[in-house]
Each structure stands twice: as structure tokens, then as C-alpha cells.
Design a protein. Structure first.
Length: 392
């Protein structure tokens, strides 16, 4: 990509820590943008630090806002989240003037030339705050889910902004919401960390032996995000004779319980690791929650997936099992208690599932910088509003 020399442009990537995927996507995108020869200063912006700079919520409750969400994920308390999402969105609408005021003040002070949102629910406030503080600065929302969960989740109607969509379903949703085709940009998948594009492990047999695993056994990798999930205990109990790699993230208590379970096949229990892709390379298939990031990471490393679709599936992830079925890259079942049957189904055609997974070529991490460069080049320089540079 050749970019003409120009003054330094400031690009803000907005994220929060709920679930971890938004932060990971922002960090991955920042890493790639920084490596390119672009006249950009790429800044990570934690939304909750802007909205609550004095950390009042944590001092009142003892936890950050996203900690409540992350603890529920770790415990598997996800039933009823669709109704709670409506309550959250109602509270955000009530707080809209205050949110816009905080964002307006922040962006008058920091003066971004483009804002890129990697978060849901707050995109109306982000857009309105940016329009006040930096008239003419483009806003781009990158969906880190395979599809929107309308209304007011990822895609807001009536906003002259851009959308980056990692599936055909998301593209169609953006167009159906009234957004012009030139503002809707398709990519070949979700943002993944650069490590998922590294070459695969060269000698899987040696790597398995090094971790106490049998090189000849079909091996499943079990992963439920950076905080683990008690569902992993159910899965391990129902697969006593299947060789498993169990990644528990920061959940040390879960790791200890998994290590104590009896098993008829070798198992390797891992705490937090930055090398998830290396463990995936040792496995033959993936078992986990139907999150867009974990599904996309597994498929990128050639692993077919086993995921559930039931009342505990979070509302924004309900399209993901359908995506798995549409592309033939895994098995969808309805309870972790039937995971043994799902494994049998997948192993009956493991080569076919793996071939379809390998045929998916997700290059979104390298496609998005080109999209952002085109968006920024198409917009006129930002006009400074009255009082720019002073808090609003």
C-alpha cells in the first residue's frame, strides 16, 4: 500500500474489557497498523476510562463494570442475558446526553482524525460525541461478532458512518439498516491476533510427547475464553477416554479441579498462555463456546469445532452455530452432556471437517488497514469546532 506523505493522523481504536475479545481485536489491529508505513498515530481508548475516569464504579461496587460480565461467563450464568441486554440498552439511552458530553470533552482534548469502534451498544453515543467534537472525522464500527443482534447492538440506523463486516450475514444486516453500500465493507472473517498467522508447529508428534500426550490418539482442545468455564468440567467428565488439552486461562481453581478428575486417556491442563495457537496445532478438533473469536481462531488453525446452541447461548452469539453449519466446519449440539456423541460424529468424518476448515482463508487483520486508509483518504480534513482543545 502506497500512501502519500501527509501530516500525522491520529486514529483511535475504542474497546472495553468485557469478554476480552474487544481488547484483543483492538490490540491486534493496533499492532498491524503500527507495523505499516503509515503516517498514523494509533491509540487504544478504553471506553470506561473515558466515561468513568475517577473509577467511581469500582470504588462503589468493588468491581469494574466488565468484571461482572466476565465473572458470569466463568460461572456459565448466561441464561436470561437477552432480557438483561434490553435493560442495559435502556440505561444507555437514558444516559445518552451524559455519555455524549464525556466523549465530546475527551475528543476535543485528544483530537482524533478517525475513530474506530470495536464495541457494541455504545455506537450511538460514540458517533454523536465525535460529531460534536470533530466535525468531519469519520467513524468506523468493526463488528467483532459474526452478525449483529439488532436493534442498537452493533449497527445503528441513520448514522453516516462506516461498517466493517466479517460475514455475509453482517453485510446484509448493515445494508438492510439503510446504510449505503460504499459505507459497508466486507472482510474475509474476524480480526485475529497476528500469532494465528504464524507457521504451524512442525512436529506435532514430538510436541504431544513433550506434554505427556499420545501422538497417535485423536486430540481435542477445550477452550472457553480467558476466564475458563465450569462447562469444561462437564465436558471432561463426559469424555473420559478422549485425549484432551484443556486451556483454563486465568481460572486456576478450575485448572486444579480438572487435574484432579480421573481419566482413561492422557490430558494436559494449561493455565493462562499467550501461545493458544501452538496448542491448537497439537489438536485435531476444538470444543468450546460458540464465540466468534474462538471459532475463528480454531478454523484459522485448521481445527473443526464442536459448539453448543441452547438457552444458555448468549444472544449476540446465536448466529454463530448456524455459521458453523453453513460452512460445514463443525458439529453443533444442544448440551455439554451430549458432547461424547458430538465427538463421535466429528471423528467419523474428521478429514472432511478438517479440509473444510483449512479452506477458510481469513485475512481480515490485513484487509482492514486498507479499508481504513481508504475511508480516511475519502474524508476532508477535520473542521475544528468552536472551543476545540478545551474540555466541553
Amino acid at each position: 500500500m502506497v500512501i502519500a506523505e501527509s501530516p500525522l493522523r491520529h486514529i483511535d481504536l475504542v474497546y472495553f474489557n468485557a469478554g476480552g475479545g474487544h481488547r484483543a481485536s483492538a490490540q491486534a489491529l493496533q499492532s498491524v497498523l503500527t507495523e505499516l508505513d503509515l503516517p498514523w498515530s494509533v491509540r487504544l481508548v478504553n471506553l470506561f476510562e473515558v466515561l468513568d475516569p475517577c473509577d467511581r464504579f469500582r470504588r462503589l461496587t468493588g468491581l469494574a463494570p466488565e468484571d461482572w460480565y466476565n465473572r458470569r461467563l466463568a460461572r456459565g450464568w448466561t441464561m436470561g442475558m437477552a432480557q438483561e441486554l434490553k435493560l442495559l440498552q435502556g440505561a444507555i439511552r437514558m444516559a445518552h446526553p451524559a455519555l455524549v458530553g464525556r466523549l465530546d470533552a475527551h475528543w476535543r482534548r485528544t483530537r482524533p482524525d478517525m475513530v474506530v469502534s470495536l464495541i457494541p451498544n455504545f455506537n450511538r453515543a460514540l458517533f454523536d460525541g465525535l460529531a460534536l467534537a470533530r466535525p468531519g472525522a469519520p467513524m468506523v464500527t468493526i463488528l467483532t461478532d459474526l452478525a449483529d443482534h439488532p436493534p442498537h447492538f452493533w449497527i445503528e440506523r441513520g448514522q453516516a458512518q462506516h461498517f466493517v463486516c466479517g460475514s455475509e450475514r453482517a453485510v446484509m444486516q448493515a445494508l438492510a439498516s439503510g446504510h449505503a453500500p460504499q459505507r459497508v465493507h466486507a472482510t474475509s472473517g474476524m480480526i485475529l491476533r497476528p500469532s494465528f498467522y504464524l507457521p504451524p508447529v512442525g512436529d506435532r508428534a514430538s510436541e504431544r510427547r513433550r506434554h505427556g500426550l499420545d501422538p497417535s490418539r485423536p486430540t481435542g482442545l477445550v477452550l472457553f475464553g480467558g476466564h475458563g468455564s465450569k462447562a469444561m468440567l462437564t465436558i471432561a467428565r463426559h469424555l473420559p477416554d478422549v485425549q484432551l488439552i484443556l486451556l483454563c486461562g486465568h481460572n486456576q481453581a478450575l485448572a486444579r479441579r480438572l487435574q484432579a478428575l480421573p481419566a482413561g486417556a492422557p490430558r494436559h491442563v494449561v493455565g493462562f498462555t499467550p501461545e493458544v495457537q501452538r496448542y491448537m496445532d497439537m489438536a485435531d478438533f476444538f470444543i468450546g463456546k460458540p464465540g466468534p473469536g474462538s471459532i475463528s481462531e480454531a478454523v484459522r488453525r485448521g481445527l473443526p469445532v464442536i459448539v453448543v446452541d441452547n438457552a444458555w447461548t448468549m444472544p449476540q452469539e446465536r448466529y454463530n452455530p448456524q455459521w458453523v453449519n453453513e460452512h460445514g466446519v463443525g458439529v453443533v449440539h444442544h448440551s455439554h452432556r451430549t458432547v461424547d456423541r458430538a465427538v463421535q460424529t466429528l471423528l467419523a468424518d474428521l478429514d472432511g471437517y478438517r479440509a473444510r476448515a483449512r479452506a477458510m482463508h481469513n485475512r481480515a487483520l490485513f484487509e482492514i488497514p486498507q479499508i481504513l486508509a481508504r475511508v480516511l483518504a475519502a474524508h476532508t480534513p477535520v473542521c475544528e469546532p468552536a472551543g476545540a482543545g478545551a474540555p466541553g
